[in-house]
Design a protein around this ligand. Sequence first.
Ligand code: HEM
Length: 439
Amino acid sequence: MASSISRPLLDLLKPIAKRGLLTWERLESGVVFDLTSEQMLSNPYPTYQSLRERDPVHRMRLVDGWVLTRYDDVQAMLLDHKRFSNWGPGAGDRVYTRDRSMLDLDPPDHTRLRSLVSKAFTPRSVAALEPRIAEIVEELLDSVEGKERFDLIDSFAFPLPVIVIAEMLGVPAQDLDNFKEWSNDIVLSLEPILSREQREQFRRSEQELYEYFESIIARRRQDPQDDLVSALLAAEEDGDRLSHGELLATLLLLLVAGNETTRNLIGNGLLALLRNPEELERLKEQPELLSPAIDELLRYDSPVQLDGRTLVEDVEMGGKRMRAGQQVVGIVGAANRDPEAFANPDRLDIGRDEKSHISFGRGIHYCLGASLAMLEGRIALAGLLERYSSIRLAAEPQQRKQVVLRGVENLFVDVERPSRIAVVEKKDRGQIESDILDS
Ligand code: HEM
């Protein structure tokens, strides 16, 4: 159809069609959910609030489907995998393999794939990674030693999760720059609306990443190691447990799912603290608040804002009838700011003790890497606060142009190391004399 219409005409018609759909949506419910608006990128929370207050089960027209903004509704959607399926559209776009990762599957395939990798992510396996993560944090901070201003995303929040997962998988961390480009492009596929260029960019990078994994797999086939690629390969060679395409899809998911999200946890989290200096001070004074603080930062500005499902059958919610086959978007970022679930939801309060956020999802697709992400977040934040006596925002950060994964492009900070006297004061008494003698 579209090929018979010239491209310039199509480009001209698009904004008109968009305006028409948004007008229709507003006439129906009094509110619109415009995924393409600047407001959604810079600060989506006022839009979420008006949807939640005026039309919590909202029929959107720009992308044909429904939007949920109440905590209870989003949670109900995530928990009900029988009626809200992860087998949505989009996964068929994959070029190299038609096989899907667990994220795009329902049971029983989802259960089979998840159980193959879940051993590497048990609380015990993750806790064993703590010393190595702490070492990486120190190394990354050492790499900007002496600088008074640096981009915290580029130097710290991005490389940390990439190095951690690359080491778990057993892929060389020196390919870091390639990972950065690949994962930047591949996460575009999560966005509900993509330009033709973005679609091509994502396909190209996915192809390259698959080819890269093929070379790693070939090496591990010859020479198995104690890593996740070798463990998954053993499952593939076992025959019916994991197909080759599923192996590739799983590796891609693991490399990409944890990187952008954890980077945004550190980036959004630190930004929230820098914009709420009293909470930052509170954390410095009460380091025991570190764990609840990470949860609060995840709630306050969630790295994953939207979670999509496809209806298997008709479902009634909030007095609306949603039809089988329609798309439903649960807005995690809106649920996390629902006043029915959290008192003063727009306030950052690192000492909160309420219902838990849904930033890691719920139910059978609950984030497999949640405890790893929490551990990385805790060590990263503690490492920064220990190293610097002062961290300040050096410039207004640029928001990334994505609505599903929310994060900043860069985060330039001005830092100060503690003075020598303060460092000496922190050490135990026995050490102080020798420090003074050394100086
Ligand atoms: C702050 C960081 C992270 C956030 C906010 C996050 C968020 C999420 C969410 C919301 C889901 C559920 C999606 C759905 O229900 O459709 C999910 C699933 C998943 N996450 Fe994470 N994630 C994070 C870090 C990680 C890390 C570090 C890894 C692993 C290295 C990881 C691996 C996965 C996997 C494999 C799934 C799919 C689970 C399934 O389908 O059963 N994530 N994540």
